[in-house]
Structures are given as C-alpha cells and as structure tokens.
Write a protein that binds this ligand. Sequence first.
Ligand SMILES: N[C@@H](CCC(=O)N[C@@H](CS)C(=O)NCC(=O)O)C(=O)O
Length: 108
Amino acid sequence: MAETSRQNETGVRDLKLIEDVLALSTCEGGGVTSLKLFVFETCPFCVRARLMAGLKGLSPELVYVAPGQTPAELEGRVDRLTVPILVDGETLIQDSTEIIRHFDSIGT
Ligand SMILES: N[C@@H](CCC(=O)N[C@@H](CS)C(=O)NCC(=O)O)C(=O)O
C-alpha cells in the first residue's frame, strides 16, 4: 500500500515536470526563430519533440492539426500527413528524431 502511494506521488511529480517542460515549448507568437511545429493533440512523437524544444529553450509556434487534414501551407510539401512536422524557414522536417536533432543543434 505504502509502495503504491509512493509510486503515485512519483508519477504525479513526473507528470508535473513534463507539463512544465511542455509549457516552456508552447508560445503564442513563435520564438527567437520562426519555428512552427505541427502536432496532433495526443501524439507521443509530438510530445517528445516538444520536450526537446522546452529543454533547449525553444518556443516553436504550435499548430494543432487534425489527423488526415493536411494544412494548406503543407500541401505539396509532404507526401503523407504524419506529425510532428517542423517548419524552420525554408526547412521542413518530418520525423521526431530529426526534429530533436535540429532543436539540439539550434537551441541553447
Ligand atoms: N517516425 C515518426 C512517426 C510519426 C507518427 O507515426 N505519428 C503519428 C501520430 S502519433 C501519425 O502522424 N500518424 C498518422 C498516420 O500514420 O497517418 C516520427 O518519429 O516522427
């Protein structure tokens, strides 16, 4: 019983930490560069990219998209809509690992 309670406390603390880091990666008007991150609301790959953005002090503009509905500005630039997608100026990156590498290279 005590162990379950301890695990719950740890889980709540970890969740709070994740929420704090995700909040850091959320910004209304974009960050120091014009980063735009297209995400689904419930997408673990997107969360991973957002965590890295927060850890690296970056605040990409978040664009929530609906599954299967390619935003107009991505039309013709992606073969198939999978998220996360990062647009950094002329550069488009459509893979969470590549996005993480990019954030690592441009962040603090
Ligand atoms: N390898 C990709 C996987 C991305 C991925 O599968 N994302 C899901 C959402 S969690 C998706 O966009 N699914 C839409 C689809 O497959 O049509 C990455 O790491 O970014």
